[in-house]
Design a protein around this ligand. Sequence first.
Ligand code: PLP
Length: 426
Amino acid sequence: MTQGFDTLQIHAGAEPDPATGARQVPIYQTTAYAFRDADHAAALFNLQEVGYIYSRLTNPTVAALQNRMAALEGGAGAVCCSSGHAAQIMALFPLMAPGMNIVASNRLYGGTITQFSQTFKRFGWSCTFVDLDDEAAVKATIDENTRAIFCETIANPGGYVTDVPAMAKIADAAGIPLIVDNTSATPALARPIDMGATLVVHSMTKYLTGNGTVTGGCVVDSGKFDWSASDKFPSLSAPEPAYHGLKFHETFGELAFTFHSIAIGLRDLGMTLNPQAAHYTLMGIETLSLRMAKHVENARAVAQWLEADPRIDAVTWPGLESSPYYKRGQQIVPKGAGALFTVSVKGGYDACVKLVDSLKLFSHVANLGDTRSLIIHSASTTHRQLTEDQQRAAGAAPEVVRLSIGTEDPADLIADLDQALTAATA
Ligand SMILES: *Cc1c(COP(=O)(O)O)cnc(C)c1O
C-alpha cells in the first residue's frame, strides 16, 4: 500500500473532475457516452481501448468506486454491481459451468446459504457446505469439478471467524480460487487478499455505505490467480468467441477477471450498480475506518454488559475472551471483531420476540452495518427458509437474536437493552 488506509478511503480512485474541476466525485447520470469517431467506437467495442460505451457496463461514478474498493482491499481491480447477492453471482460466473461445484462454509449469511443451495441448481451449479474448522473435511470435499472455496471473514451472524490463511492454503493446493465475503469485517478491519484470498466480495449495502441508504455489491480481484495454469477456467484462459477469439488472461493479465466481469458479466447479466448508489457509497467510505473503530468500541461495551447479565445465556462476539474464536480473531481481525453478534436469551423464542418488540432505540430490521443499532430475530426472519439444523449451524437458533451495534452512545444502547430485557423476561 503506497498511502495509508485513512488517506485511500478519501482519495483513491477520485481526482478532481477533468471536465469541471469538481472536487467531489460527480454523479454521472448518463446512459451513454459520445464516441469521438467511428474508429474510436470500434476500438472500444473490440476492448482494444478502455473507455465508456454504455452505463450497463461502465460509468465514471461507478468506476471511481471500483478503483477505491480495489485500493482499500489491496486488489488489482474491482467490479461493482447491484447488490451483495449480485456480487456473489458475478464472482462465480466466470469460474463456473453446468456440473461444476463450490465448497462453502456452513456458517454463512442465511441469504447466501439459500442462494447457494437453491438458486444454484437452476444454473446446474451445486454447493457443498462444510465446517471450515475441519480442514480434512474441506480437502476431502474438493473434487475435480470444484471451482472455488467460499467463506466469510467474520460470519454473519454467529460470531465465527474463518481461518482465512488456512483456507487459502487448501485452495492453492487444489488450484482453485478462495472467495471471501468481507462484508462484516470491511477492509478497515481485515484484508483477505493479504491473507491469500483470490477474490473478495462485498455487500456494500452494509458498513461500506454505512447508513442504510443503498443496495450495492462489489467483487475485488487480487490479480494474483493464474487462470491459465489449468484448463479449469476456460472463460478466462480460452478464446472468447464474442470478442473475436480474445483470451482474457493472456490479453489483460492481472486485470483479466475484472475485464471479463465488465465485458461479459455486466454486459449479459446486467446486475449494474447505478451512479446515484455509487455516490452514496463513496460518501460512506470516506469515514469507513472512523466508523468501524466506533462500531467495535460500542460492540465491546454492549457485549461485555450483556455477557455479565443473568437474563442472557451466551454472547457470540469474537472479541470476548470467552469466545472460542477470540484467539483467531486477534490474528484475522486484530483491529476488532466487528459489531455483529448474537445473543441467546433465557426464555427462548418467546422472550426473543418480546425483546425485539420492547426495544425503543434499536430498530427491528433485516439490515446490518448501519450507524443505527439494529436487532433481528433471525430464526423467524432472515434464516426462516433454513431447517433448524441449518439455523443452528449458522448461529441463528430460535433462542437467539442478532445485534448490529451502531455508533450511538453505548450507555443509551445498554439502557434500552436493559429495559427491554426486563419486559421480555418478566
Ligand atoms: C447482506 C449480506 C449479503 C447480501 O447482500 P445484499 O446487498 O443484501 O444483496 C451477503 N453477505 C453478507 C455477509 C451480508 O451481510
